[in-house]
Design a protein around this ligand. Structure first.
Ligand code: GLC
Length: 727
């Protein structure tokens, strides 16, 4: 027995039933009065979320003065830096950061986030999100690392390593939380928490691998999704939570439910008759801590007293929670880091924001030099449209509980271009042109408690196209730059969206600008891929900027003026039309006709696709035997004039076993810096584990047959060179 285990067992032996039930309880402090919060602290609550600074300190002191003095865990959604706090480093959204395909940068982002969260006396972030965005209508695509199990797992594991550091006892180490277990983005029609008819085989083959990487990276906590898996609410899914996650994967941290999952079993999912039944189902399934269902505290106590729930179930949950608290050093009076290197964090932010810019098209109009620009559109100078979700602007209710030290002034595309203009002989004429919505648009804020601020966010966007102003702005310009996309009223939690076209008069704006006959650069600033086939056909250049960090506008300006060539690649496929979904790269073959009669076969933009100011040439890949498997070697040459970094991708097609297999799936990737003209051999050890098929009995085997490996610059067939081996 380790020291901690002994201390945990000894402590549990002294805890009362109600103290155990309190330890399993987590409540949002920003929704409690001081007295209510203090009462919970004295009762021995396990955790508060959304309390910071002085409030957290006060509550921790009250907890330490409670009968057993068990310290409280303070959690917060620091999903892209400590972004709910204005004054912290706001990194790009996870989807934007995924465009960098950069394990090392993700670990550094985790490290920086942890330092800033820990400096506020907090211990735990509800990140990274491991959901995979395969239906673009889902509201939270921006929070994902895209569509690939491999890319998601690699980047999430890197972030977890960064957040938790070498040792959880370190001052700057905080708990990570892999969420939302499991397949949360896979619900029917992209409808958040609707039914998800996926098989156990599909869960093991597609959705579980990122969690295995998270568990292997030592992730301390995992959050349960809201949604039902084939009719069984995840909160009540004992087979997946206890059998698979804790049993098969050996997860030894603790499981926390998502927001009021237990109450949802009654109120939304009509799965449980009463809150007591719901608390019983949730406890037995393997949820160790209940988020934001304060009523469940009394129900757990009653369940044990009336003999419906064994106290040993609470002991197991409390053991997991206390073990994590000991691992974190909370009982050893863990101190907050004294200083935080914000300069280094801002430099890291500048780097990852740069790598997050994706060039989709360029007929030579970029880079912009010595030109008169007309910069027009609702996204040109719009802060929350640029930042996106889970920041101090999108969650004012949580922000109100943050001590705001200082306001960092975000740099929008307009401000970024204006800052660099002189150095590149550019003049800028700015015009908003239109809002994201027409005056007559019906879009209303989802009627959801907790999101009343959305009305305020949506109201200013009802603005029709101002043709005169746009044409006058275009008049003296040599090149037109349109910035269009979406805003917080259209992307984020509770904002699933059926029509992914440019909303309001944005398309009319683009066509009006195009009608002038001048070169047109389109910058897409959005939370998720939009359906923009007109842009691909008619723009002279197109750049994608998923929700960025505070200075994303400067990163964009540096990219389009050629100051840098650090472009990223898409972690997610784009569709021509919402009706074409799903378009993700790793689908099974066999569709009769391979396309809708009114749609092309391919996605609008492919997974892994992205251009730059140079081009790369790939040699034929070859295999070498290595460690009982293979290594794939491919030569890559920078065939252009600009130094750059190529994101080399490795895909595989596996032979069918009991089940069919995807036409191709990403199995590895590498960032390869190459000077103009330089060639390098890139070596990928082939992870034979990742080629195993999942049998119906859950076993993983290398099926006999021919395996095809494909190396190249994107998932498109024309960008891949193949080699095969047979087992
Ligand atoms: C939200 C989200 C979850 C978040 C939690 C706490 O509803 O689903 O991702 O971590 O509540 O804010």
């Amino acid at each position: 027995m380790t020291g901690d285990t002994k201390r945990v067992q000894e402590l549990i032996g002294r805890m009362s039933l109600s103290e155990k039930a309190a330890q399993m309880t987590q409540i949002p402090a920003n929704l409690l009065t001081d007295e209510e919060a203090e009462t919970w602290a004295v009762r021995g609550i396990g955790s508060f979320l959304h309390a910071l600074g002085k409030r957290a300190e006060k509550l921790q002191k009250a907890a330490r003065d409670s009968r057993l003095g068990i310290p409280v865990l303070f959690g917060i959604d620091a999903v892209r830096g400590h972004a709910l706090k204005n004054g912290a480093t706001v990194f790009p959204s996870p989807l934007a950061m995924a465009c960098a395909w950069d394990r090392e940068a993700m670990e550094a982002v985790g490290r920086a986030t942890a330092a800033e969260v820990a400096a506020d006396g907090l211990h735990w972030t509800f990140a990274p999100l491991l959901c995979m965005a395969r239906d673009l209508r889902w509201g939270r695509v921006d929070e994902t690392f895209g569509e690939s199990p491999t890319l998601t797992g690699e980047l999430a594991a890197a972030m977890i390593r960064g957040l938790q550091g070498e040792d959880l006892k370190d001052e700057t180490a905080i708990l990570a939380c892999a969420k939302h277990f499991i397949a949360y983005a896979e619900s029917t029609g992209g409808r958040d928490s609707a039914d998800t008819p996926v098989s156990m085989r599909m869960i093991r083959e597609t959705f579980l691998p990122p969690y295995k990487k998270a568990v292997d990276a030592g992730c301390a906590t995992i959050m349960t999704a809201y949604l039902p898996i084939d009719g069984v609410p995840m909160t009540a899914h004992k087979e997946l939570l206890t059998g698979v996650l804790k049993g098969e994967l050996g997860f030894n941290g603790f499981v926390v439910t998502d927001w009021d999952n237990v109450g949802s079993l009654v109120a939304r999912q009509q799965y449980s008759e009463t809150l007591r039944d719901a608390a019983l189902a949730a406890a037995i399934a393997g949820n160790d801590m209940f988020m934001s269902t304060p009523g469940a505290y009394e129900e757990l106590i009653a369940l044990v007293k009336e003999g419906r729930l064994s106290e040993t179930v609470l002991d197991e949950a409390v053991k997991r929670i206390l073990t994590v608290k000991f691992r974190l050093g909370l009982f050893d009076d863990k101190q907050k880091p004294k200083i935080v290197d914000m300069q280094a964090h801002q430099a890291l932010n500048a780097r990852i924001q740069q790598e997050a810019v994706v060039m989709l098209k360029n007929n030579g109009v970029l880079p912009l030099e010595n030109k008169k620009l007309a910069v027009i559109g609702p996204s040109v100078d719009h802060i929350h449209a640029m930042l996106g979700d889970w920041t101090y602007m999108s969650h004012p209710s949580i922000r109100s509980s943050c001590e705001i030290e200082h306001q960092i002034t975000p740099v929008t595309p307009r401000k970024g271009l204006e800052r660099l203009a002189a150095g590149h002989g550019l003049t800028i004429r700015y015009e908003k042109g239109c809002g994201f919505l027409r005056e007559e648009d019906p879009i209303a804020a989802p009627d959801v408690a907790g999101y009343p601020y959305l009305e305020k966010i949506i109201k200013p966007e009802f603005q029709n196209l101002d043709t005169g102003a746009v044409l006058s702005a275009c008049e003296g310009a040599d090149v037109l730059v349109a910035c269009v996309g979406d805003f917080l009223g259209q992307t984020g939690e509770y904002r699933d969206r059926a029509d992914l076209d440019l909303s309001g008069d944005q398309q009319a704006l683009l066509e009006l600008m195009k009608s002038t006959g001048k070169p047109l650069v389109v910058v897409l600033v959005s939370g998720k891929p939009l359906t923009v086939p007109w842009v691909r056909e008619n723009a002279d250049a197109a750049v994608q900027l998923f929700n960025g960090g505070q200075t994303a506008g400067l990163a964009l300006a540096r990219a389009v003026t050629g100051e840098t060539n650090a472009f990223g690649k898409l972690p997610i496929s784009f569709a021509h039309h919402a009706g074409q979904l799903p378009v993700y790269h790793n689908q099974l073959p066999g569709w009769h006709g391979r396309r809708y009669i009114d749609m092309p076969e391919e996605p609008l933009y492919a997974f892994g696709y992205g251009l730059s100011y140079t081009s790369y040439r790939y040699g034929a890949p070859r295999l070498e035997k290595e460690n009982g498997g293979y290594a794939l070697i491919t030569e890559v040459q920078n065939a252009g004039e600009a130094d750059g970094t190529e994101i080399v991708q490795l895909y595989a097609h596996r032979p069918a076993g009991q089940r069919m297999t995807p036409v191709k799936e990403l199995i590895d990737f590498a960032r390869v810096p190459l000077k103009a003209g330089e060639s390098k051999e890139v070596r990928f050890p082939v992870d034979m584990e990742s080629l195993k098929a999942v049998r119906d009995d859950g076993s993983r085997v290398l099926e006999k047959g021919t395996y095809t490996l494909m190396a190249g610059s994107s998932s498109r067939d024309e960008d891949l060179r193949k080699v095969t081996f047979t087992i």
